[in-house]
Design a protein around this ligand. Structure first.
Ligand SMILES: [Zn+2]
Ligand SMILES: [Zn+2]
Length: 265
């Protein structure tokens, strides 16, 4: 598969992935739910592992013990509790000799290869085990597996940023309804993060305090407060972009999920 192209906006430092292959993504939402249940085969359900690329990580539980492995030599592990696979229609992919692209660089057109990774974490062998109804033990596997992949991907030398996200439902862009998250490792840091970083640094220089700690100290007592425990606070942000949006802040200073303690997981 040819590598995708990352194109820079004419003016802004904003990059867009041009991915012709992703147009061909399957959709299992074109039919109504009953029809879908009868006809469709879910590639993420146990027994259908051969329909997906080999897993980059599987968690297996045997005699109460967790074992981590990947799929090699045509083997597809069965009886997994979580399973991480390359996305069949990746936005970003690792370099290889037959997917080179001619990057553009002139005064108008700037582009580069969309190097990185795009993986899918299948969160449960149970098709409908989404986080809101999942067993706590299962959610712990999910978070730890995301951490394992994050720590592998962030140490590749062409990876600058790893994003973990989850689409739920067709209207959010999920093309398959089995519980899953996505992991994207990309060669650029998105503009919004540069901006957040620069502004919070400036806030610290001007006020001598951390902006995130200040937000927590206000919102934990405000009507936007939702919930908190020893490690985290959840609140509806002042300038929400979406209805029902909420943010989860760690109370401790930490800049990635790799810094989570076992208790916090
Ligand atoms: Zn399924
Ligand atoms: Zn702070």
């Amino acid at each position: 598969m040819p590598i995708n192209e990352l194109r820079k906006d004419y003016i802004l430092d904003r990059w867009v992935v041009i991915a012709p292959q992703r147009r061909r993504r399957p959709s299992d939402f074109t039919e109504n739910l009953e029809e879908r249940k009868e006809k469709a085969i879910c590639p993420f359900c146990p027994g259908n592992e051969y329909l997906t690329p080999p897993a980059s990580l599987v968690y297996l539980v045997k005699d109460g013990e967790l074992k981590k492995d990947d799929d090699k030599n045509g083997l597809r592990h069965k009886n997994w509790v979580v399973r991480c696979i390359p996305n069949l229609y990746p936005a970003f992919m690792p370099p290889n000799s037959d997917n080179a692209l001619n990057p553009q660089f002139n005064h108008i057109y700037v582009s580069r290869e969309a190097l990185g990774y795009h993986e899918v974490l299948i969160e449960s062998p149970n098709h409908d085990e989404h986080p809101s109804t999942a067993r706590i033990t299962q959610l712990i596997y999910v978070i730890n597996a995301l951490r394992d992949r994050f720590s592998f991907l962030i140490t590749r030398d062409y990876v600058k940023y790893v994003s973990i996200f989850r689409n739920y439902g067709a209207s959010a862009g999920a093309s398959l309804s089995h519980a899953h998250a996505q992991i994207i490792a990309m060669p650029i840091v998105p503009k919004i993060l540069w901006e957040e970083n620069a502004v919070s640094k400036k806030y610290y220089e001007e006020n001598g305090r951390c902006v995130f700690c200040d937000i927590i100290s206000v919102e934990i007592k405000s009507k936007r407060f939702i919930w908190n425990n020893d490690g985290f606070v959840i609140f509806a942000p002042w300038a929400s972009i979406n209805p029902f949006e909420f943010w989860i802040f760690p109370k401790r200073h930490q800049s990635s999920i790799l810094e989570l303690t076992e208790d916090e997981v």
